[in-house]
Write a protein that binds this ligand. Structure first.
Ligand SMILES: Cc1cc2nc3c(=O)[nH]c(=O)nc-3n(C[C@H](O)[C@H](O)[C@H](O)COP(=O)(O)OP(=O)(O)OC[C@H]3O[C@@H](n4cnc5c(N)ncnc54)[C@H](O)[C@@H]3O)c2cc1C
Length: 339
């Protein structure tokens, strides 16, 4: 297990901020993590668990311990004629896992291609894209208690998945380290091409295959979203707000072209990017903190922005949307540090 003291976090956040942490611990196995939580190695509290930091906005140095699991390994656990249960360690790169499943012909994760981050964060965030959420494939999540090193397995229901949310961001936040995630995939995949221009993009590539769905998703994402390797960002900064149908109707009267769709659970989901765009923010920048010019939902670091400057920009955007539409935006990105 690697342990670093007073380390730069620039490689551990996709905004590319050069904040520092007092201590960074990288356990390579579940047993190493357990020994840590049983007190065999001393570490300073509070503890921040992280993957690759692609959904975190640091606003200051982190004056304590960060833990990033490097637990690897992809396994086929069980397979029958219809389904296959696979598992992956929390430290596996998510897109490498998706590529592996597509190459094996296993269906279910292909629409989630190219989402940055590690496997351990996927149940925490309930990642989603192109009409698919990872909750639809998660069978169970293995996790270690930070308090005493004991192991718990959360089945799909226990995870209380919601839109970009789960029990790991709520009731048990900060109490468990996810070490391994089990995904139930299909052996004879049914492709899900209902979202936006996905079907059109797959048709351009030729036949309807898993590999072409993955390629199509990658092509669309590369056109629309900024690459964190080129310009610092954390993807969608805000969640799409869900409002009551009466509130949506009122906005629709003034803006008939508004993008809105029925949410599975409650009310009407509005496109946060559209709301932000209507407030005139697309492509704007305040110093080096900016709103991406192709996707208003993404805030970017043009070079030397600080976390606080990105945070202040997000507050200004929230205020505009509140004043113009009466809608409260919620950050998808987690803010860590002092403001
Ligand atoms: C360009 C870009 C595009 C993106 N597109 C999408 C998209 O289409 N859909 C989408 O859903 N997201 C998207 N995201 C957001 C991000 O990729 C996901 O939220 C991802 O799952 C975060 O993974 P991570 O490993 O970087 O987690 P981090 O950002 O490091 O952590 C996220 C949260 O998970 C917790 N966590 C991480 N690992 C563990 C663990 N092992 N145990 C317990 N808790 C843990 C952290 O404490 C934190 O609360 C995008 C981000 C970028 C930069």
């Amino acid at each position: 297990m690697k342990i670093f003291r007073d380390i730069s976090l620039s490689k551990y956040n996709t905004f590319d901020f050069d904040y520092r942490a007092n201590c960074l611990i990288l356990p390579k196995t579940e047993d190493e993590a357990i020994s840590l939580f049983r007190g065999e190695i001393s570490w300073e509290k509070p503890l921040l668990i992280m993957g690759s930091g692609s959904n975190i906005l640091f606003t200051s140095d982190f004056k304590s311990t960060i833990l990033c699991p490097e637990i690897g390994g992809i396994k086929i656990e069980e397979q029958d004629q219809e389904n296959v249960l696979i598992s992956a360690g929390a430290g596996v790169n998510w897109d490498n896992l998706v590529e592996w499943t597509v190459n094996k012909g296993f269906g279910g994760l292909e629409n989630l291609s190219l989402i940055p981050g590690l496997v351990g964060a996927t149940p925490v965030q309930n990642i989603g894209a192109y009409g698919v959420e990872v909750k639809d494939t998660i069978e169970k999540v293995r996790a270690v208690s930070i308090e005493d090193g004991s192991i718990t397995e959360f089945n799909n229901n226990d995870c209380r998945f919601e839109y970009r949310n789960s029990i790991f961001k709520g009731e048990v936040k900060g109490k468990y380290l996810v070490t391994r995630v089990y995904y139930k995939l299909t052996v004879n995949p049914l492709l899900n091409l209902n979202y936006g221009s996905l079907k059109e993009e797959v048709n351009k590539l030729g036949s309807l295959t898993l590999k072409n769905v993955r390629r199509a998703v990658i092509n669309i994402r590369r056109r629309k979203l900024p690459d964190p390797e080129v310009i610092g960002n954390a993807g969608s900064f805000f969640k799409n707000p869900v409002v009551s149908s009466s509130a949506a109707e009122i906005i629709k009267k003034s803006y008939p072209q508004m993008t809105a769709y029925e949410d599975q659970s409650w009310g009407i989901k509005l496109a946060a990017g559209w709301l932000i765009d209507q407030c005139g923010w697309k492509g704007k920048r305040i110093g080096d903190a900016g709103v991406h010019d192709k996707q208003a939902l993404v805030l970017v670091n043009h070079g030397k922005a600080t976390g606080k400057e990105i945070y202040d920009l997000s507050e200004a955007i929230k205020k505009s949307v509140r004043e113009k539409f009466g809608v409260e935006l919620e950050r998808e990105v987690e803010v860590v540090g002092t403001i």
